[in-house]
Design a protein. Structure first.
Length: 166
């Protein structure tokens, strides 16, 4: 079975009412609580102690850099131990670009969706099934929330990707 056979991806776009996992909804509520009206929250405003219970291991932070060609380079700043490993043993991904860690298809779809967050400065969510890890394909649900060190330009993302328990 190839990675292409198991990868599915369904964007919710900006319709966060479609999120089924209460922890993701609570993370969005927390983000809204530190959102300064028109000014986006910064990484420095984040307090992991305020994240929903049971979510910290699924949260990742990314640095976003405009590549100068209409696209973005996305680097892992901090990777949630469960969100990208799905309980599989993986090498440290901190400081690495997204495409160095995910399969080409998953990286392409992720960057495509996250570009919407970066351009619109608004959160998005999605669901899907990832390429196989140690225990086979993993269904998940995720949210991506924009961050800005200056309040305007998105230069970071707060994300969480949780497994869907069947």
């Amino acid at each position: 079975m190839s990675n292409r056979d198991v990868l599915t991806f369904t964007p919710y776009g900006h319709d966060l009412s479609l999120i089924k996992d209460d922890r993701l909804t609570a993370l969005h509520s927390y983000w809204l609580s530190i959102h300064g009206g028109t000014s986006l929250p910064s990484r420095k405003q984040l307090d992991p102690l305020c994240f929903p219970s049971g979510l910290v291991g699924y949260v990742s932070l990314f640095d976003v850099i405009d590549d100068g060609n209409g696209g973005y380079r996305v680097f892992f700043r901090i990777a949630g131990t469960f969100s990208h490993g799905h309980k599989a043993i993986i090498k440290s991904v901190n400081g690495r670009e997204l495409h160095e860690v995910l399969t080409p298809d998953e990286a392409r779809l992720t960057i495509q969706e996250w570009s919407i967050v970066i351009r619109t400065r608004r959160p998005i969510a999605a669901t899907g099934v990832s390429f196989p890890f140690q225990y086979g394909p993993q269904p998940w649900e995720a949210i991506a929330l924009p961050l800005s060190s200056g309040g305007e330009t998105v230069d970071g993302l707060l994300t969480a990707r949780v497994p869907i328990i069947r």
